[in-house]
Write a new protein. Structure first.
Length: 389
């Protein structure tokens, strides 16, 4: 018998330690780092301070570069990457948002029409491609860190667990992994290779399906009829039109699928413990898979209708083993052979999960994992030439 009832009660009662962080703006972050730099604080001191804050605005790569000289070492640099990933789906500081007036209703419709046309007739018709995907994993509930831990390590850099959260169990770099991927119509295809990694049992999770398809997202958002103007924003030095959207579950094909979580079931066998009999249970590791509603944002080049960024935020239930999945995908021009395509370059994914699933555990906990993925070496499938960004 599965024990979803107990887990649902626990989920409603818990308040994750993550939410206890002090919330600050990007300007306040810059002031904090400047002050600590002037006081000659150590790398460890700066890293500890960064672990205790949460940004209310996006930390853009430009701003990261601006504060780089005030970050003294590897530990604090690592935490700056964490803040970048955690804030990736937020709006930038108000000072960085263009003051250009919003377009009128007709201009907004024209922009959206161009974006839909681009997603279906241009992006959706991209040739089959291959690429190398590099994923950096950051995670909390880190129990021990090896001396070799750094931004180019292996899966053995740290050990992770599912114990209760404390301030010591903050988000840390875990490892990086390279993999060859194939794309069709600009969407990453599921891998055909069998993965023998003991996900879940090793203290880590894995997304078992690729991220959202650009074409599918904009088509579902258009069908739902809930696309609205949000703001202008400067992305990579150019002005982009930002629209928000929402897709209810009944019109969604958005799948959240992560491996793996322990599931405890009665075995149907009788055992003996102490002075009397008891029914024995067994634990298996299974993926959590569900279709959800979602909302997010489109970032559109106003001249061409090209979509340069999408943000998706899954609408999950408190009783789900996955509480949260926020994702941002950035697209940019890539030379492949003698042609230039707009292709995924970077993505950020933030998750919150219940690592113990429906299994009985001494302490209820949640785990946060940040993934920063980059795509390189694009090539037409079957070709030998690679791409240059």
């Amino acid at each position: 018998m599965k024990r979803f009832g107990l887990i649902a009660v626990l989920l409603m009662a818990v308040t994750p330690a993550w939410s206890a962080n002090r919330k600050i703006t990007v300007a306040e972050l810059k002031d904090m780092l400047t002050t600590m730099h002037q006081a000659a604080k150590s790398d460890q001191d700066v890293a500890t301070a960064l672990k205790q804050v949460e940004l209310t605005e996006e930390l853009t790569r430009t701003e990261m570069n601006n504060v780089a000289s005030d970050v003294p070492g590897q530990l604090s640099t690592e935490q700056l990457y964490v803040l970048e990933a955690r804030s990736a789906v937020l709006a930038p500081p108000a000072a960085d948002i263009p003051s250009t007036p919003a377009p009128d209703a007709a201009a907004q419709k024209s922009l959206l029409d161009k974006a839909v046309d681009y997603a279906t007739k241009t992006y959706g018709q991209l040739p089959e491609l291959t690429a190398v995907k590099t994923t950096l994993r950051f995670q909390d509930n880190v129990e021990a860190v090896a001396a070799s831990s750094g931004l180019h390590g292996s899966a053995t850099d740290v050990s992770v667990g599912s114990g209760s959260q404390t301030s010591a169990l903050s988000v840390r770099y875990i490892n990086s992994a390279d993999s060859a991927v194939a794309l069709a119509g600009g969407a990453e295809k599921p891998s055909s290779e069998k993965d023998k990694t003991p996900w879940g049992a090793n203290g880590q999770i894995k997304a078992t399906t690729p991220g959202p398809s650009l074409g599918a997202v904009i088509q579902e958002a258009e069908a739902a009829g809930k696309i609205t103007w949000l703001r202008w924003e400067t992305v990579n030095g150019k002005q982009a039109a930002v629209f928000s959207f929402a897709v209810p579950k009944k019109k969604s094909r958005y799948e959240v699928n992560y491996c793996c979580f322990p599931v405890t079931e009665d075995t149907g066998r009788m055992g003996y413990e102490g002075t009397g009999p008891n029914f024995q249970t067994g634990t298996s590791w299974k993926s959590f898979k569900t279709i959800v509603g979602y909302h997010g944002e489109f970032f559109i080049d106003p001249n061409s209708g090209t979509i340069i960024r999408i943000v998706t935020q899954a609408e999950l239930k408190p009783s789900d083993f996955v509480h949260q999945e926020d994702m941002r995908i950035d697209y940019g021009p890539v030379y492949v052979g003698d042609k230039t395509y707009m292709l995924p370059l970077d993505s950020f994914t933030f998750t919150e999960v219940v690592p113990n699933g429906d299994n009985y555990a001494a302490v209820y906990s949640v785990r946060h994992t940040l993934f920063n993925t980059t795509y390189q070496n694009y090539a037409v499938a079957g070709a030998t030439t690679t791409a240059q960004k």
